[in-house]
Write a protein that binds this ligand. Structure first.
Ligand code: AHR
Length: 519
């Protein structure tokens, strides 16, 4: 059963609110109490060496008929550039703890079996230099996860020297011989991945003992650039792991080591593990269950932040949500190890809700990486041979670009409720911020798949005369873009009616809208 959402309602919702209903949701934006900066790195991405993400999704090789620059797909690069992707986490994920960087540099590459993801061959044609070329092409920064599981401190330290040394060391010369004399910038360094599970099933004590050595000896060699180190954090609401990492950090002294962040992994897996809910052709029950599950991110962050506050009240250590997103049953017919799934209007709502949660915690959550970027899990893009489509999630990330490095502004409103059987959710969600260019941006999400929502927005002190933006709505909550119909879900221009400083707008059921206020 597809959730009912008639074309008439959609058309109604897309129009300006010519006639506001009596029960318009009053949203007040408080410009007098600016909050934390919404770090652009909460819009980070994750590109694991997994399935068809790197091979075919990003990398096709220099001799491919698919248009490419030095082996990297032109269409994918062009689409990603529009998102202003701040950083790309690579090479994993679970794969990071089996990855040996020497396999992927130089003229002769070592072919390996990717035992993390389906025992397929990995030619290592895409290695360190190709990763940095990709970052250069899309205009992004590196977030490299080193192998703390099956690798050594020495191997990771050498890799950092290869990437970042600005002096003519032997490894820097090897990098130059491979085509890149200038040091690369590694903005973020991940010290392992899910060490409590695929990263080696370590106890908190085992991990912190190992992490201390990696944090001390795996260093950036380029004094012109700062690198931030991120320890593995929890993957559940349990706080033992957080406690161990934070207390280890607190006990450091002198020249021992330092950290800048601790990760948090939290996927939206409604109905329990393993992921079994379909990513397409679902009804309102699944829609409501998934959104209910995803909203737990808020409590999870609160709980882990409270423990971090005990050790770090000044919030020096960022909580880095470097794996998040919806995880569903594999697309029927696909290799289940490739984690391929469709991406629907529901995922657009899911993305907006999580980004809003991160923005509300911007003082502690200064980085996040959606899982993942191309063809895997809640991807931005999907490819099939030479074809490429943008997903509904892609459009949310694009619409949210003005929130990158914007200043959070508190909003007050009565969200009301949307109820489906025994599930009750907030009917709407909203955030606001002052963008880098000084303009005020407001995001409005209508979770209710059956009712349009009327908003009446006031922004004292802003004196806006126009409010234009985009709305992402769809014919149904399970609507997806396909290679045959790539534009079923795509944003449309929208404007609020502005009168006496009050913005009025009606937004369609199950939609995400971003408005920019102007004079
Ligand atoms: O994103 C897929 C996998 O999920 C990652 O490799 C791992 O870290 C997590 O369990």
């Amino acid at each position: 059963m597809r959730a009912a959402m008639s074309g008439i309602l959609l058309a109604l919702g897309l129009s300006c609110a010519a006639a506001q209903a009596q029960d318009a949701i009053a949203v007040q934006v408080d410009t007098s109490q600016p909050g934390a900066r919404i770090d652009r790195h909460i819009f980070g991405q994750f590109a694991e060496q997994l399935g068809t993400q790197i091979y075919n999704g990003i990398w096709v090789g220099r001799h491919s008929k698919i248009p490419n620059v030095r082996g990297i797909r032109k269409d994918v690069v062009a689409a990603l550039r529009e998102l202003h992707v701040p950083d790309v986490r690579w090479p994993g994920g679970c794969y990071a703890d089996q990855y040996h960087w020497r396999d992927g540099v130089g003229k002769t590459r070592t072919t390996r079996v990717n035992t993390s993801w389906g025992d397929v061959l990995d030619s290592n044609a895409f290695g360190t230099d190709e990763y940095f070329d990709f970052l250069h092409q899309i205009g992004s920064q590196a977030y490299v996860s080193v192998n703390l599981g099956s690798g050594t401190v020495e191997e990771a330290a050498d890799w950092l020297e290869y990437m970042t040394a600005d002096k003519p060391t032997t490894l820097a010369k090897e990098r130059a011989a491979n085509g890149h004399p200038a040091p690369y910038k590694v903005a973020y360094l991940g010290l392992g991945n899910e060490s409590w599970d695929c990263g080696g099933l370590m106890t908190p004590t085992e991990y912190t003992a190992r992490m201390r050595r990696f944090a001390r000896f795996v260093n950036n060699f380029n004094p012109a650039e700062k690198m931030q180190k991120i320890a593995v954090g929890p993957g559940t609401a349990d706080t033992d792991w957080t406690d161990a990492v934070m207390s280890t950090w607190k006990k450091r002294h002198g020249w021992s080591f330092d950290l800048d962040g601790m990760s948090l992994h939290s996927y939206t897996v409604a109905g329990g593990w393993p992921p079994h809910m379909p990513s397409m052709d679902f009804g309102e029950q699944d829609y409501a269950s998934v959104l209910q599950e995803t909203l737990k991110m808020n409590g999870l962050i609160d709980k882990q932040s409270a423990v971090m506050d005990q050790y770090d009240p000044d919030k020096k250590i960022a909580l880095v949500v470097d794996e998040w997103g919806g995880w569903y049953a594999p697309t029927p017919g696909s290799n289940p190890h490739f984690l391929q799934q469709q991406n629907s209007q529901r995922d657009a709502i899911l993305a907006a809700l999580n980004l809003n949660i991160f923005a509300r915690h911007a003082d502690r959550v200064r980085m996040a990486n959606i899982a993942q970027m191309v063809n895997v899990l809640q991807a931005m893009l999907m490819t099939d041979g030479p074809k490429m489509i943008r997903t509904p999630t892609y459009y949310v990330f694009k619409m949210y670009v003005p929130f990158q490095d914007a200043t959070f502004l508190p909003v007050t409103y009565d969200a009301g409720t949307y109820t489906y059987k025994d599930i009750t959710l907030p009917r709407v969600d909203a955030i606001a911020a002052k963008a880098k260019d000084g303009k005020i941006v407001v995001s409005l999400t209508n979770l209710d798949p059956n009712r349009p929502a009327d908003f009446a927005i006031t922004v004292p002190g802003a004196a806006a005369t126009v409010a234009n933006g985009q709305v992402l709505a769809a014919p149904a909550v399970d609507a997806v873009n396909t290679f045959a119909a790539p534009n079923t879900v795509s944003p449309k221009p929208v404007s609020a009616q502005v009168s006496d400083g009050k913005l009025s707008i009606t937004l369609p059921p199950a939609s995400v809208t971003v408005l920019t206020l102007d004079r």
